[in-house]
Structures are given as C-alpha cells and as structure tokens.
Design a protein around this ligand. Structure first.
Ligand code: C5P
Ligand code: MG
Length: 179
C-alpha cells in the first residue's frame, strides 16, 4: 500500500505504539493485557514503562535483523508528558528525533472516520464514548507535546481533513524534503 511504499523508499520502519499495545494486550499470559484494555477503552495513555519497552524491543529486534534499518516512523508516540519523559530517559544518546508528522484534523471529522472504521475494525475504542474521551486526552495531554516540538521547529503539519490522496501527496512531499 501507498504509505508503506514511501516508508520503504526512505528506509523507514513503521512502528505503531497503539498496534504494539494491542499485540501485547492479546498475547497469552501478558500481565498487562487487562490494564492495556482498560486504558484503551477509556481513551487514556498507558504508563510509558510498558509502551517504551515494547517500542525499544521492536527497534532493537529490527536493527538486530538488519543493522541498516535504523530509521523509524514511530506512530502515535509520544502522546503525553509521561511518554515524552520515558522516551528521553530510554533513548537519550541512542536516538535522534528528526521531525514530527502532525496530522491536523477537526475533531468531528476524526470521530466520523473512526466510527466508520468501527463498522469493521472490532476495536473497543471505535465508539462515540471512547472517541470523545480520546479527544479529551488529545486536547489535555497530547496537544501540549505537539506544541513543545513546534517550538523546537520539528513539526511538519499536514491538513488531514483532506482526501486520502491529498494527504498522501503532502506526506510524500515532506519525506522528499526530509529524506
Ligand atoms: O494510536 P492508536 O489509535 O492506535 O491508539 C489507541 C489507544 O492506544 C490510545 O487511545 C491509547 O489508549 C493507547 N495508546 C497509548 N499510548 C500511546 C499510543 C496509544 O496508551 N503512545
Ligand atoms: Mg495508530
């Protein structure tokens, strides 16, 4: 698919914090399964100790399999101050953040898209109640982190209310510039 192509072209490995948490949730015997499910349903951010260990392990495994693969697009992270502190603590001197892709989109459009996705996703947070909680978390905890990266000149903003093709074109443009 398209977004995988652009990542492949520039040598990025896509790691989604949400996907890693959902995988851990369903792993038989996981001691965090129930905790993760509760956070996800409530639209809250899982304590970073869990998320960063999943991310770090995925990054280490990727680089161990192929040492050239040292560029990552980390999707959905950091989502709050705790995430950011956990990243800084674990990745200090190990990883550089080149830029932050910010898909800016009106709350109601986001909710509408996720409700549409909910018809087939099976996700326990693709319902209006969870989505409104997620918007609350976004405004309260995530937006300030984006603002912080903005002040460091690291944010590349895309108007994500546009069509898939238009959004993709903007993202390609950003990767073409940043490499
Ligand atoms: O990004 P995604 O839609 O997959 O995130 C789904 C949920 O996973 C979030 O609402 C949150 O509960 C959890 N999550 C988290 N910490 C992150 C990313 C996702 O707790 N950094
Ligand atoms: Mg995601």
């Amino acid at each position: 698919v398209c977004h995988e192509f652009i990542l492949f072209k520039y040598g990025y490995t896509h790691l989604s914090a949400g996907d890693l948490l959902r995988d851990e949730r369903k792993r038989p015997g996981s001691q965090y399964g129930e905790l993760i499910e509760n956070y996800i349903k409530e639209g809250e951010i899982v304590p970073v100790e869990i998320t960063i260990s999943l991310l770090k392990r995925a990054m280490d495994q990727t680089m161990a399999a192929n040492s050239q693969k040292n560029k990552f697009l980390i999707d959905g992270f950091p989502r709050n101050e705790d995430n950011l502190q956990g990243w800084n603590k674990t990745m200090d001197g190990k990883a550089d953040v080149s830029f932050v892709l910010f898909f800016d989109c009106d709350n109601e459009i986001c909710i509408g898209r996720c409700l549409e996705r909910g018809k087939s996703s099976g996700r326990s947070d693709d319902n209006r109640e969870s989505l409104e909680k997620r918007i609350h978390t976004y405004l309260q905890s995530t937006k300030p982190i984006i603002d912080l990266y903005e002040r460091m000149g690291k944010v590349r903003k895309v108007d994500a209310s546009k069509s898939v093709d238009e959004v993709f074109e903007k993202v390609v443009h950003i990767f073409d510039k940043e490499g």
